[in-house]
Design a protein around this ligand. Structure first.
Ligand SMILES: CC(C)(COP(=O)(O)OP(=O)(O)OC[C@H]1O[C@@H](n2cnc3c(N)ncnc32)[C@H](O)[C@@H]1OP(=O)(O)O)[C@@H](O)C(=O)NCCC(=O)NCCS
Length: 168
């Protein structure tokens, strides 16, 4: 579904002053349990890359966010995507997908070969993410391996990924 013109957000790289609004949006989307997820264990060791992270704005209102952090998978440099969230009243208009694609394009331009995330393959599969490519990737905590997804950003970029996700 495409975003009706009146509802179409604008997409900007995350700025330092956006932090509190992003945190509030993530609280709405994930609730207080969000810090217990294995993704948070990854982000604790990862390096935040605001230059690859995007905000979706409806005027002054933040309606969506995707954050990207730098990691290593075994010996390979990679990017970790997430959290991704869109405010409930503006979902299903393509904003989440636009954020995923903007972040992946930025990571590709920055020279990264692959993007990792923890999420639902029925959603992220449409953007090229696959659990099969990530079956030998290990996260630093318990996770349903079917939710560990990888996308290559260049030919063969996600082939042969294996090992533990660690600090960059
Ligand atoms: C997931 C999320 C970011 C999608 O945002 P969005 O702006 O609605 O995304 P899009 O408009 O690009 O895509 C919407 C489509 O994806 C589908 N979809 C959303 N979440 C899905 C999931 N977990 N599994 C399968 N499909 C899903 C919607 O049903 C919709 O389908 P349709 O196009 O057939 O109507 C939003 O639902 C959200 O913030 N959810 C809570 C936080 C979350 O789960 N984040 C992802 C994990 S990191």
């Amino acid at each position: 579904m495409t975003v009706p013109a009146a509802k179409a957000p604008t997409f900007e790289r995350e700025q330092p002053l956006d932090g509190p609004a992003v945190e509030a949006l993530l609280d709405h989307a994930f609730g207080p349990g969000r810090f217990t997820k294995v993704s948070e264990r990854v982000r604790e060791v990862a390096e935040f890359r605001p230059d690859l992270s995007f905000c979706a704005w409806d005027g002054q209102r933040l309606v969506g966010s995707v954050r990207m952090t730098r990691i290593r998978i075994g010996t390979d440099a990679a990017i970790f995507l997430g959290p991704l969230a869109v405010e409930a009243d503006v979902r299903k208009f393509g904003t989440g997908g636009a954020l995923v694609l903007a972040a992946c394009d930025a990571a590709q331009e920055a020279g990264f070969a692959s993007v990792l995330l923890v999420g639902d393959e029925p959603y992220f599969g449409r953007f090229g993410f696959s659990a099969a490519l990530a079956k030998r990737v290990r996260l630093p905590g318990p996770v349903d391996q079917r939710r560990v997804l990888v996308r290559g950003l260049r030919e063969g970029g996600a082939d042969d990924l294996s090992g533990l996700v660690v600090a960059p």
